[in-house]
Each structure stands twice: as C-alpha cells, then as structure tokens.
Design a protein around this ligand. Sequence first.
Ligand SMILES: *Cc1c(COP(=O)(O)O)cnc(C)c1O
Length: 452
Amino acid sequence: MQTAQEDKLNIEQLYELGNKHMWLPFTQMKDYEENPLIIASGEGVKVKDVHGNEYLDAYSSLWLNVHGHRKKEIDEAIKKQLDSIAHSTLLGAMNIPSIKLAARLIEIAPRSLSRVFYSDSGATSVEIAIKMAYQYWQNEGFTKKTKFVALNNGYHGDTVGAMSVGSIDLYHRVYSKLLFASYTIPFPSTYHHPSGDAEIAKQESLQAVRELFKEKSDEIAGIFVESIMQGAGGMNLMPPGYLKELEKLCREFDVFLIVDEVATGFGRTGKMFAVEHEEVQPDIMTIAKGITGGYLPIAATLTSERIYNAFYADYSEMKTFFHGHSYTGNQLGCAAALANLDLFENENLVEEAAKKADYVQEKLKQVAALPHVGDVRQLGLICGIELAENKATKKPFPAEKRTAYQATLRMREKGLLTRPLGDVIVFMPPLAATYHELDEMISIMKDVIQEI
Ligand SMILES: *Cc1c(COP(=O)(O)O)cnc(C)c1O
C-alpha cells in the first residue's frame, strides 16, 4: 500500500514528466499545459483522472469505444489469448484469431467484399486502400489510372497518402506541396450550401462528379468517401440517396468506390456499417476505430475478389502486393475484435443503438433550439452540434474566439469529455451508454451551450 503522501508525489511527478517528455496528437501543447488532464482508469462510460475526478466519455475516447471501458468479456478474451500467444507476424503466415476474425468480418460486411487485409489504424487501412486500388489498375494494364478523387472536407487519417485523398484545409494546408494531387469534389452539405437546400447541394455535387468522370475517368483509380457522414471535417451529413447515386456513377465509369467506414462502422450509425442505409456495395472498405470495441489497434481494408485476383499470379509476374506493417493481424487485437463482435450479437447492439439514436434525436431538439446553435447533425450515435454567432444568418463566431473549444473545457469542469471540430461540438457516446447516461451527457452539454 502506498501512503497518501507517496500518491500525491507520484501525481506531481506524472505532471512534471508528462510536460517534459510528451507531445500529444492534434494538441497545441501550450493549451494542454494550461488545462492538463491525466487519465488513470475507466469503468463503463466514465473515465477517472489521477485525482479521482470522474468524466462521462461523451466522445468514446475519440470515437472508438463501444461497450464502455473495462468490458468484462473483452478483458477476458485478451487474457485468454495471452495464454496462447500475443503476436506473430502475418508476413507469409496466418494466425488463428486473424482467420476467425476475417471470416466474421466478411459475414457482416457488404456482399461485394470477400477479402481482409489487416493493419493497425484507420490511416494505414486507407494507405492500403490507395495502394491496392492504384496497383490493381497497374497490374491490369490500365497504367494511366493513377489519380484519386476526394470530397471537400473529407478526412481519412494523417499519413501523407491519407491526407492526399482528404481535404481539410486547416490540417492539410501546410503540407500541400508534400501531398500527391487529387481531384476535389464539393461535399453536399445542406447547412453550408448557400441555398440551404439538400436536393440542390446533392445535384450540384453529383453533377461535378459526373463531369469529372466523363472527362477524366481513364485517369482515375478511385474515389474516397466517408460513409454518409463526414467526421473530422465537421460532422457533415450527405443528403439521402447521395452515396447511392455516387455508386452508380462509379459503376458507369469504372472508378473504384472506396468507402471509409473507420468512424461509421460497427453500429455507430444504427446499422453495422453506414453503407447499409443505402445498400451500397463498395469496391474497397476501410474499418478501424470500433472494431475492437475501442481496445486495441486493429484495422482492416476489405476488398472484392475482382481486386484480389488482379494480384494473384506467379511471383515472376511481379503482381504481389508489397505492403505490410509489423503488428498486422495482431492476435490480442483480433481476439478483442472477436469478443466485440460476439457482444454485438449477444446484446443486439446495433438495434439498441438505433433506438438510442432516436431518443438522442428527440433530446437534441432542446439543444438545437438554443440561440447559438446553428445546426445539429446526426446519424445514429454520431452527432455534431454546430455553433453560430447568429442563428438566423448562420454567421459563425470569429474563429479566434475558439468558442466550441472553450465550451468543451467548461464541459470538462462539469464532468464530461469531448472535443470540438472548429465550432462543431462532437457528441459520440459509447453505443452501450444507458438512456440515463445519455440524459446526463446531453444535459451537461445543453447547460454549457446555453451559457455561451
Ligand atoms: C479516425 C479516422 C481515420 C483515421 O484513423 P486512425 O486510426 O486515427 O489513423 C480515417 N478515416 C476516418 C473516417 C476517421 O474518422
């Protein structure tokens, strides 16, 4: 047992060592130093800091967590796997949990997909999608098909390839000369479109895709889209039918439809995968975040037999996919993912999440009515609350005021964790959050937004 004095010293040391040696992702460290936070433990939808303060995890530890923290079944699956082996490479060898998981993933994935290529983060799953699509056309002799199409405000991760098929000015501008060039299509965002009309925004964007494909499809390998809802670009929602129309254009012009389900997959949107809302069949689909219930870094790029077959040949034909990461298909991660999928089945989680999403939609009406809320966008249990200085004209707050960031700090004081995207406040609770916990979260957010 440690004495209280020793505990206190440890906390001070943690702050000191952290400030001296750590550098956090997507964080201005100067901001962090003013408002430091060190998490010590978690249980259910709450995490606890080193002082014992509890916080509702209203962003699912950055969109990952599904069942809450310390879910018994996943904890046990990992411990059990440790009794066999923690990790062996997938380079030239398979392992048991990765085979089982691949089969389970294909069972639940859209029927166009039959092959699983593992990696360890959303960004790597996207890099793999880029190289897979690119090399497919090379292997098949269509050597001019080397370009990709991005949607404005798209986000696919932070590696150089993933940034090149994304389009978020704030994150990407400084690297612009480093990135490979992609075509960019306007995203059909109803709230931000001058007309405010979903149909107009949708047709305008589809028309831009059609014109681009008509002129350039012999140079285009694929188009990258987040599935129905854009995440990091500000929680922007495609109008109904848009993704389906995009799929048709891809078929018409033989351009691969590459759907990023990293954020939207695993029940998040009230379907196992968001493409199911429109029965879309991607050529390639990337998955990560919720795949292990938020436990371990496993990701996968799913693809079709058509693409797989273009790589399958005698070695001397040089069609092999020369790509891999050290921890690809890690057994502990795959075991966690299998336990996660069992829980989805046993707890009927997708349907439950859809019901909770309806409840949240009703509750968020009170938030939408607040004077400084311009828009509330939601797909399942992904919600974005966009603040506006002037609700009627949609005039945003001056960016330098960092209104949403200040609001999230205030929420933290009241026992809730989330992060802003510009002036959009993210609300993305673990799927397993109870109705009561959802109430608690929404009530804190509402109180704070009301104070603005
Ligand atoms: C988070 C995210 C990524 C990147 O995933 P990482 O695991 O953070 O690399 C890619 N695409 C989408 C849609 C995401 O939300």
